[in-house]
Ligand binder design. Sequence first.
Ligand code: TYD
Ligand code: MG
Length: 460
Amino acid sequence: MKAPKILYVCQSCGATSLRWLGRCPDCEAWNSYEEQVVPDERTARTAKAAPTEGAQRLSEMTLPAFVRTGTGMGELDRVLGGGLVDRSVVLLSGEPGIGKSTLLLQICEELGKTRKVLYVSGEESRGQLKLRAERLHIKGDDIFLLTETDVDAILAECERVHPDVMIIDSVQTLTSARSTSAPGSITQVREGAAACIQYGKTQGCAVFLVGHVNKEGGISGPKMLEHMVDAVLYFEGERTHSYRLIRAIKNRFGSTDEIGVFEMGDSGLREIPNPSEMLMAERPKNTAGSCAGCVMQGTRPLISEIQTLVTKTAYPSAKRTADGFDHNRMSLLIAVLEKRLGLKFYENDVYVNVAGGIHLSETSADLTLAMALISGITDRVIPDDLIAFGEIGLSGEIRAIPHADLRVKEAARLGFKKILLPKKNIASHIRTPKGVELVGVSTLFEVLAHLTSKKDVTNE
Ligand code: TYD
Ligand code: MG
């Protein structure tokens, strides 16, 4: 008899090797390789071949009807592409404590009105779940809770309950007797999740899989599930702030551009259908060092505010900190302002903060930060009804940005009267909303001209 083939699998990233390795060459984790027996190819092939339906002409196929169910959370429905598709498998990833369990328990209420929901938790006791459900005011009759980690036991319970929606919280707690590796290991997670997905697809049950990821974004486990599921949603936000964003990384039934915005409060997650308004509501009036900007979050423009504090330094080398803005990008923009406009930032400490705990990773926020910095160093207040966005190049040129029309529309909706944006964008015929002045700028000098006279800002 042929000896079974042995493969070594990295438990951190899923890389495989024919030999055991002390350190994974892919993810550089130490002692992460575990032995795994590969099933005989011939038996695997025959086992796989049996259930396929055979090839069919594309022209003879009928369009499947996707039935979607509202989750009761418009923001989540939007990210899913218009509601939860029956029989679909959705992976919800995020850092521990971000609110994954809360969100999924909250949607049980609405789903439970038309569907039978089974919430399987391997992390919390029945008592804890009931307590949380009480807090979130979830009462539905067709919501079943199960605390179990063994995948065979979960599926046996599914045979009894016949759920239409199954929630597995989380894949990291799944164990499978069929696998010999340790609970929480890549092999166990993959086998457990695969069994649940298989059940969902064959029995017509939608499956939500919860996957924890770590701070570095090194997603041990959930990452290798991404190709097996229909949609991958990331739940993100600062744990110290109350805002939470959900974005789709992959979606077989909708766009991946959309984001959903929530706020974590005493009674769970609350939807924020108008995030721009909320971010602007607490904006201080008449303060130097602050400027409003607009970044795109998927297809939705988000108005946000960058605040800066520029003070004379008491240190040999000036301090720079940035919260919600890339530190290197900030340093680069400060250098551009120093070189092109002669502003003496090297004599000053610079603190940058983006209001609301939002992280601005789009280059359109360059001009917003530059304006805030100029205002901060000169102590000149930028008018409350002025907003600025555009990318800044190393020569101090203002470069065009995508979706300028959407940003202008959103800014106008929120009452901004003067919009500074790249001249190139204006050239592409943006419709000017009523009562709004569009100001095209192509260099930092022109930006200055709209702020104040150059003499004032050289900080002499
Ligand atoms: P949780 O859903 O348990 O996170 P995850 O499943 O992603 O690990 O949410 C955890 C945090 O949310 C926890 O720190 C407590 C907080 N929270 C509230 O602030 N309000 C609430 O109503 C609930 C249920 C939780
Ligand atoms: Mg949880």
